[in-house]
Design a binder for this molecule. Structure first.
Ligand code: URA
Length: 197
């Protein structure tokens, strides 16, 4: 697949960017940059790669990714790209466990995400979790309140849908996400019928 030139240079920029604390840089970020070409129907934005993602070099390949795959199947969308706000693996220096990205880390990577969106020109965006939501909106609303109110917004003219991060739902096993997925599918179908996808 022909690489998008802007994304290609962004990928090499990312690989030379510094890491935070002992965060591990997602060295093979280029794997997820532009491999599905420009103007994907959907850009899915997560938080940050984890251990498995860094090992394999692709976003969402671990347990969260398996759940995300089920959701994508429900949406019935084939032309999508998955990325993260933070391109390095946030690890706790002492425990070596995953940690939440810091505000400083998010601010550091935000311009990369902005350039990525500009170059990809997705027809719609799905924000997974509060980090992705806050990065696109600068809002301090909680993700739960945003999802409950069904709030949708535009990011530079691109329709954005917000949902919980899959890892949150893996920790809250009693929560039935299926009805939510059907609602998101409806929203995507409606964009499709307006020829926005
Ligand atoms: N969680 C994320 O937000 N991104 C990944 O790539 C994997 C898990």
């Amino acid at each position: 697949m022909k690489m998008n030139k802007t994304l290609e240079s962004l990928a090499s920029q990312v690989n030379s960017m510094k890491k935070f604390g002992d965060a591990i840089v997602f060295e093979r970020i280029s794997d997820s940059f532009g491999e599905k070409g420009e103007r994907p129907d959907l850009l899915i934005i997560g938080e940050a790669p984890g251990y498995e993602e860094v090992r394999i070099g692709k976003p969402f390949v671990g347990r969260s990714g398996k759940l995300l795959d089920k959701w994508i199947q429900i949406f019935g969308i084939k032309d999508y790209v998955i990325t993260n706000v933070v391109k390095s693996h946030p690890t706790d220096a002492k425990t070596q466990y995953n940690r939440k990205p810091t505000d400083e880390e998010i601010a550091y990577w935000k311009p990369v995400l902005e350039k990525e969106i500009k170059a990809l020109k997705p027809k719609a965006i799905l924000c997974l979790g509060d980090v992705a939501y806050r990065t696109l909106t600068n809002s301090s609303k909680t993700i739960t309140s945003v999802i409950k109110s069904g709030l949708r917004f535009d990011y530079n003219g691109i329709p954005v849908i917000v949902y919980f991060h899959p890892s949150y739902l893996l920790r809250n096993k009693d929560y039935d996400w299926k009805p939510d997925m059907l609602k998101i599918k409806d929203a995507l179908d409606s964009l499709k019928s307006q020829s926005k996808l």
